[in-house]
Design a protein around this ligand. Structure first.
Ligand SMILES: Cc1ncc(COP(=O)(O)O)c(C=O)c1O
Length: 501
């Protein structure tokens, strides 16, 4: 509910019955909040209360505070959606006011919201997936190989302008194989962006190697060239250059490759581009994922296109991709009997899922347009809230806005973000903090970390002050309006925002 509609629900205790009825009709919410002069909730008045008062023959002039009724059912700001729903069920009511610690109403939760969850990023099928999957069934290609796998590889490679592709069971599997292809051995070090999902760097541990984490830069939220320079200088001084650098392209936006790649080239260290979140994005006219020696995409269920689960490894070097296919099918040597000379994996994508992927790939460009439109709608609708800073998209970048993300500026941003996400959760709106950086994860507590500038930990700041909003290409305008209205309700009251206006 937006702040104006919410304010319209407040009435004074002396408001006469007939005026309250008119107000109730005007708001169309079936509920008024009777508040004292300090704004504290005294009671609620529902359609039913007013109708019963009429039936009992109470005069139109009777003040609402004197209507028969019971103390209101309320929750406080820390209440979860489940607790609110339980209270609704217990008392058979459809709306519950939320009070702050001073007993003032700050929000109102409706039952219908609680049954219509808004997801962060849910799968969005096109029209051709079913036909491809049916074809796989009809032709009995229900295997981790088949014509859809081959075609999906060719089509992804063509889409991103890279020579070759290997379809795999997940993005994480693709990174694991990518590290092996680049020769990562036990005891090696691998540089990796710190601000990412753990799938980027768990494979470093699978290889028995040690991660070194690199901070983000404020301009792209991706790997900081300054931090990368310092990490390389440190590694060289130790006589231990990393075996490779994993550069992550977050939230549908490429890292600043023109600044990062020459540094890696200078030290002769190859780049594995983790483009799991950035299929469809472009940087200086080229596809995200076309810059590294190898790159990886994910088709996990929340990605811009999905195969329900899957990944793709791409490279211009055909021998690398052929080797990825070999390793992903248990490293079987070409012999009639099963012959093995090295460790392999069961990492191949199935022909059925590749069929879904082919259908999805046909709508990729449409999905980019839709996700960008979702972002633009948020940005325009909330343009007058100065505490909100959107993830930047620098010149030369064309992001997909896979997720719309923003940070809150000002003091206590972390607490304010948490309060905002808690209140969204209470309304069944899924929002997430920006990734918790890997250097802050207990799993990687011992790993070295290089900040953007000394004393300036950008990724930590983004984590503490950043929020990802529901961003799916299938988010309806009505759902987005619900998110926008709720953000307004909370942020217009945010003290820092008010001070900045
Ligand atoms: C940046 C990043 N890297 C790697 C992965 C791993 O991909 P998957 O889930 O397909 O294993 C993901 C997402 O899931 C991701 O967001």
């Amino acid at each position: 509910m937006n702040p104006t509609d919410f304010q319209a629900l407040m009435v004074a205790p002396e408001q006469p019955l007939h005026e309250a009825l008119r107000r109730l009709d005007g708001t169309g919410r079936g509920l008024l909040l009777v508040v004292d002069p300090e704004g504290r909730l005294l009671r609620t008045v529902t359609d039913g209360d007013l109708r019963r008062a009429r039936l009992q023959g109470l005069p139109d002039s009777v003040p609402v505070s004197q209507l028969p009724g019971h103390p209101p059912h309320v929750v406080y700001e820390d209440a979860t959606a489940a607790a609110v729903l339980a209270l609704m069920d217990q008392h058979q009511i459809d709306h519950i006011p939320v009070l702050d610690a001073t007993q003032r109403p700050v929000d109102l939760v409706f039952r219908r919201e609680l049954t219509q969850r808004i997801w962060l990023s849910s799968p969005h099928l096109g029209e051709e997936e079913t036909a491809f999957v049916e074809e796989a069934f009809r032709t009995n290609w229900i295997a981790p190989l088949g014509p859809h796998v081959d075609a999906f590889e060719r089509e992804v490679a063509a889409e991103v302008g890279v020579g070759h592709a290997a379809a795999l069971s997940s993005g994480t599997a693709a990174i694991h194989l990518g590290l092996q292809l680049l020769g990562v051995q036990p005891g090696d070090t691998v540089f990796c962006s710190s601000l990412t999902f753990v799938g980027s760097c768990n494979p470093i541990l699978y290889c028995g190697a040690r991660p070194v984490f690199i901070d983000s830069e404020p301009a792209t939220w991706n790997m900081s060239p300054a931090a990368l320079e310092r990490a390389f200088a440190w590694a060289q001084a130790q006589g231990r250059l990393p075996r490779c650098v994993i550069i992550v392209n977050l939230y549908g936006q490429s890292a600043d490759m023109d600044a990062l790649l020459p540094i890696c080239e200078h030290y002769g260290v190859p780049v594995l581009e983790d483009a799991a979140e950035s299929l469809g994005a472009r940087y200086k006219g080229r596809a995200s994922g076309s810059f590294g020696h190898l790159a990886v995409y994910s088709f996990n269920g929340n990605k811009i296109i999905t195969t329900s689960g899957g990944g793709m490894l791409v490279a211009n070097d055909p021998t690398l991709v052929a080797r990825a296919r070999h390793l992903s099918t248990q490293a079987r040597e070409p012999a009639r009997h099963y012959e093995h000379t090295e460790v392999g994996y069961n990492y191949r994508m199935s022909n059925v899922l590749a069929g879904i992927g082919r259908g999805q790939l046909r709508v990729l460009q449409q999905r980019v347009i839709q996700r960008r439109a979702v972002f633009e709608r948020y940005r325009d609708a909330l343009a007058d809230l100065p505490a909100v800073r959107w993830m930047p998209e620098p010149e030369g970048h064309h992001a997909t806005r896979w997720l719309t993300c923003f940070t809150l500026v000002g003091p206590r941003a972390s607490q304010r973000c948490n309060a905002l996400m808690r209140s969204m959760e209470r309304h069944q709106i899924e929002a997430r903090p920006v990734w918790k950086p890997m250097h802050l994860q207990p799993l990687f507590a011992a790993a070295p970390y290089f900040e953007h500038a000394l004393g300036h930990d950008v990724s930590r700041q983004l984590f503490e002050t950043g929020i990802c909003l529901p961003s799916g290409s299938n988010l309806s305008p009505e759902q987005q309006d619900r998110v926008i209205a709720h953000l307004r309700l909370v942020l217009e009251k945010d003290e820092v925002n008010r001070a900045l206006v």
